[in-house]
Write a protein that binds this ligand. Structure first.
Ligand SMILES: CCCCCCCCCCCCCCCCCCCC(=O)SCCNC(=O)CCNC(=O)[C@H](O)C(C)(C)COP(=O)(O)OP(=O)(O)OC[C@H]1O[C@@H](n2cnc3c(N)ncnc32)[C@H](O)[C@@H]1OP(=O)(O)O
Ligand SMILES: Cc1cc2nc3c(=O)[nH]c(=O)nc-3n(C[C@H](O)[C@H](O)[C@H](O)COP(=O)(O)OP(=O)(O)OC[C@H]3O[C@@H](n4cnc5c(N)ncnc54)[C@H](O)[C@@H]3O)c2cc1C
Length: 596
């Protein structure tokens, strides 16, 4: 299994790279090689980006060619057995020895072992290690170090290195996630990645970056990329589910009629059409977020880090919500395919296991939404002090006077309704924190007592951002389209708004003048829209343009030969090589004969 995966992974990365294509294309073509994950994902997904983001130009000149030519294979080892979220609590230490101009890496105890890094088990021979940097007896917090862990000729672990695979997981079972421990392992001073902080030969610590969290830059980059990844993952899942739903016929609502396509059931449309719409919403939002990200990078190159806090807040909530929505909706696609959706050959289980992992790695869902909430509460307080708000929070102004927003069921009105919900929920959090403080709590306890509401407020803010970006970008991008295309894409973005308005009626009743009659109207419009979208449903998923080799699905192949493919795959199962398993003779027969 591992050998096959490594072979396929190398064919993927060398074949494509020879064509001089970029790594995001790598990401897409790697789907034609794996149902799960390449053991080289972390090399290109985090090891290379960290060299670019955390190394000086001189260090990049040394390491980048080696990495891009696959002369070294790397990963990103930050998480430990005992800590993943709380980076400041990481236990691995890197202590500077000025007498030899080296750092000594140590794993003080079991919980300090690096755990999880992709490719670390058996594939990588180098890695980025986040360790607490000590020099002259002072700890300067977690810093990135580039560390060789295996001999590049023999691939044997170097002396002082303990490394291995962490074992089977819910998914990602081709990612080769590993563990890593150091026993007084020495690396040259120059292996500290010194773009944001340096240690001179005599051990003096020099802080370079103006912002204390630039070490976390790779995580921001990956979070931004993952929003796009989720759109792609969901688009694959709904392509499989909609095509299968067009082939599958089941039940007989009318005695004298043939069994209908299950795609004709309104409940099936309710399950699936939001998935089509969400894939579009996340793709457009991810492009908008990427443009925001590159803008902040440009500002930072000019020494201006003022826009970084908003990017951190946006990338945190969008990564959290896109991965959570995608996990839930891929599972919904699986539900929509009945028993055959549970077959590994459908590819829905693998897509689900990838998406649900993404809800955790690169920042746990709750933790990242609380990061966004921290920014929202600070922005509210700045608004109270009369300071200007950042662009994505302009809607807070409307809540300043506390008046209830009048409900307007036009698409633009619904977007404004979500702004009102976000503003209202943030305001309620601020009120809760202040109430607890007035009752004698310190700020930290008041914050903790409000965290359930804070997660909800951050989700509401994110939903408002997605709704606005989806609506605006659809209008902009379809301006020059044919009326037919424009109408269908407008239906999808309207469906997204109606779906979430119906999901959040409680909030809309609380923070707008929405009435029960308005809710009835929303429900009727939503159901009518499902029927309108039905004739274009297969065309809409065909438009995602996935080749069968990439979908890798018995249910979603373009020719619709579902039952033939399911049987073909079943016959390939090793258990079917012989008509009688030898377990019969070893165990079942003796048991039947009372000899066990
Ligand atoms: C062959 C295949 C080819 C493939 C080609 C690939 C092409 C590219 C693909 C890209 C996708 C690649 C996918 C790779 C797969 C990934 C696998 C998973 C990898 C990992 O999981 S790596 C480990 C990830 N770990 C985390 O995310 C940990 C999460 N925890 C944190 O981020 C921090 O601990 C946390 C939660 C922020 C708290 O930190 P703390 O120090 O306590 O901070 P405070 O809350 O006190 O805030 C202090 C202050 O700092 C600000 N802050 C925090 N974080 C950031 C940040 N990241 N950026 C900017 N600012 C930040 C925070 O807002 C506070 O500011 P204040 O002003 O409010 O004080
Ligand atoms: C498939 C996969 C691949 C991975 N690959 C890598 C990799 O390549 N490199 C790497 O370094 N790491 C990797 N990771 C590790 C990943 O980054 C961490 O698992 C993730 O950051 C979550 O941290 P944790 O595991 O410590 O969870 P914890 O933070 O311990 O979460 C446990 C619970 O505590 C809650 N919690 C934690 N802190 C708070 C808080 N402040 N407030 C409220 N609730 C809180 C969480 O919400 C969660 O419910 C991978 C993980 C997975 C699943």
């Amino acid at each position: 299994m591992y050998g096959q995966i490594v072979r396929d992974g190398l064919v993927n990365v060398t074949g494509i790279e020879d064509l001089g294509l970029t790594s995001p294309v790598l990401q897409r073509t790697s789907d034609a090689f794996f149902k799960e994950i390449s053991p080289f994902l972390l090399h290109f997904g985090m090891f290379v980006p960290t060299i670019i983001g955390q190394c000086t130009p001189e260090q990049q000149a040394k390491w980048l060619p080696l990495a891009m030519d696959l002369k070294i294979i790397g990963t990103y080892a930050q998480t430990e057995l005992g800590h993943g979220t709380f980076i400041r609590g990481l236990e691995t230490t890197a202590t500077y020895d000025a007498s030899t101009e080296q750092f000594i890496l140590k794993t003080p105890k079991l919980s300090s072992y690096k755990w999880w890094a992709g490719g670390l088990g058996k594939t990588a021979n180098h890695c980025i290690v986040l360790a607490q940097l000590y020099t002259k007896g002072v700890c300067h917090g977690p810093h990135p170090f580039i560390v060789q862990i295996r001999d590049t000729e023999t691939h044997m672990p170097l002396p002082g290195i303990k490394v291995g695979e962490i074992g089977p997981k819910l998914g990602f079972n081709t990612a080769d996630n590993g563990f890593l421990g150091f026993e007084d392992f020495r690396i040259p001073r120059e292996n500290l990645m010194m773009k944001n902080a340096q240690v001179t030969k005599d051990g003096t610590y020099v802080k370079v970056a103006r912002h204390g969290k630039l070490t976390y830059g790779t995580m921001v980059f990956v979070r931004v990329m993952l929003v796009s990844d989720m759109a792609y993952c969901l688009a694959k899942a709904v392509t499989i589910a909609v095509r299968y739903s067009a082939v599958r016929r089941q039940s007989q609502p009318k005695p004298d009629q043939p069994e209908p396509q299950v795609l004709d059931y309104l409940t099936q449309q309710h399950k699936l059409f939001i998935c089509i719409s969400t894939a579009h919403a996340m793709k457009l939002t991810s492009t908008w977020l990427w443009n925001t990200f590159t803008g902040v990078l440009a500002d930072m190159r000019d020494g201006n880090t003022d826009t970084l806090p908003e990017l951190h807040a946006l990338s945190s909530c969008l990564k959290a919500i896109s991965t959570s929505d995608t996990s839930a909706l891929i599972e919904q696609c699986r539900f929509a395919c009945g028993g055959h959706g549970y077959m590994y050959s459908s590819n829905l289980p693998a897509l689900y296991s990838f998406a649900t992992a993404t809800r955790t790695y690169e920042g746990d869902y709750t933790v990242l939404l609380l990061q966004t909430a921290r920014f929202l509460v600070k922005s509210w307080e700045q608004m109270d002090e009369g300071k200007p708000l950042t662009p994505t929070l302009a809607y807070l102004e409307q809540s300043r006077n506390g008046s209830q927003v009048s409900w307007d069921d036009s698409p633009e009105g619904i977007v404004r309704g979500f702004d009102a919900v976000a503003a209202g929920r943030i305001g309620a959090c601020v009120k809760s924190i202040r109430k607890h403080i007035n009752n004698g709590m310190d700020y930290e306890d008041a914050w903790q007592m409000t965290t359930v509401q804070l997660v909800g407020a951050a989700e509401a803010h994110c939903r408002a951002v997605i709704c606005r970006v989806y609506r605006d970008e659809t209008a902009r991008l379809t301006a020059g389209c044919s009326p037919g295309v424009k109408a269908v894409l407008d239906q999808l973005s309207t469906l997204y708004l109606l779906y979430w308005a119906l999901e959040r009626t409680g909030d809309l009743l609380r923070f707008s003048s929405l009435s029960e009659r308005d809710i009835e109207n929303l429900q009727a419009r939503y159901e009518a829209l499902l029927l309108k979208i039905r004739p274009n449903a297969v065309g809409l998923v065909d438009a995602f343009d996935f080749r069968d080799e990439v979908l890798m699905s018995t249910l979603g192949s373009y020719d619709g030969r579902v039952y033939e493919r399911l049987m073909e795959e079943a016959l390939k199962t090793p258990l079917n090589r012989e008509p009688v398993s030898d377990s019969f003779h070893k165990y079942i027969k003796p048991m039947m004969q009372g000899k066990l």
